[in-house]
Design a protein around this ligand. Structure first.
Ligand code: DX5
Ligand code: ZN
Length: 217
């Protein structure tokens, strides 16, 4: 696998044309497809549930990267696993028993990710690092696409890369929020492996060219 991996987010797609958006993601050369699930409680917005993931699964061979921005994610992971998610990421801020939930996602045969919002430090999830397949660092306050990256969040990527090296862990570091051509190099320099991109991807006329540039090709 050639890093960084690019994960376009369906959040910025035209919701009346999901299949076309998925086809555009496939054609762009991006390896992942990021699916933002919002509950209107943990974040002030609503998106979609497992049915959309199940319906899109047959349309795409991309890695389905489900980002749960919800309270009680423990009530949802089985349905998203069944729907065809490959990675299921939930927020450390949304659960008490994160360790148990990571284990549960893995017993469902899926990769387990933990995410933190801009106001949470890495220390809040440090105990979980041996048990995760991915850490998703939010670089905007979650809920909406098209926001500006908060530069101070980038140092968390650096900290995670350092802790990964020290502990010889295998997790991927993903960065989500405000990623475009000018901010991607900063995230990559900090140590990100996966770049989530919503508005920049769907605004780009030539999506394949954008993906190549984000990958530094
Ligand atoms: C925000 C979502 C992001 C969003 C990123 O709450 O988690 O995945 O789609 O969109 P951009 O790239 O526009 O910031
Ligand atoms: Zn996301």
């Amino acid at each position: 696998m050639k890093y960084p991996l690019i994960a376009p987010s369906l959040l910025s797609a035209d919701f009346s044309h999901f299949a076309a958006a998925v086809a555009a993601i496939e054609a762009s050369g991006a390896e992942w497809l990021h699916l933002d699930v919002m509950d209107g409680q943990f974040v002030p917005n609503l998106t979609f549930g497992p049915k959309l993931v199940a319906d899109l699964r047959s349309q795409s061979s991309a890695v389905f990267d489900v980002h749960l921005m919800t309270y009680t994610p423990e009530n949802l992971v089985a349905a998203f696993a069944q729907a065809g998610a490959d990675y299921i990421t939930f927020h450390g801020e949304a659960v008490v028993h994160a360790h148990r939930l990571l284990g549960h996602i893995r017993t469902l045969g899926k990769k387990a990710g933990i995410s933190i919002v801009p106001s949470t430090s890495v220390s809040g999830i440090e105990e979980l690092l041996p048990f995760v397949d991915m850490v998703l660092v939010m670089t905007v306050d979650p809920g909406f696409g098209g926001q500006e990256l908060i530069p101070s969040c980038l140092k968390k990527i650096k900290t995670l890369a350092y802790l990964r090296e020290q502990g010889q862990y295998g997790f991927l570091i993903s960065v989500d929020g405000g990623i475009h051509e000018s901010t991607a190099p900063l995230a990559l320099e900090a140590g990100a492996d996966v770049l989530v991109t919503g508005s920049a991807f769907f605004k780009a006329q030539d999506k394949a060219a954008l993906v190549r540039r984000l990958k530094g090709l």
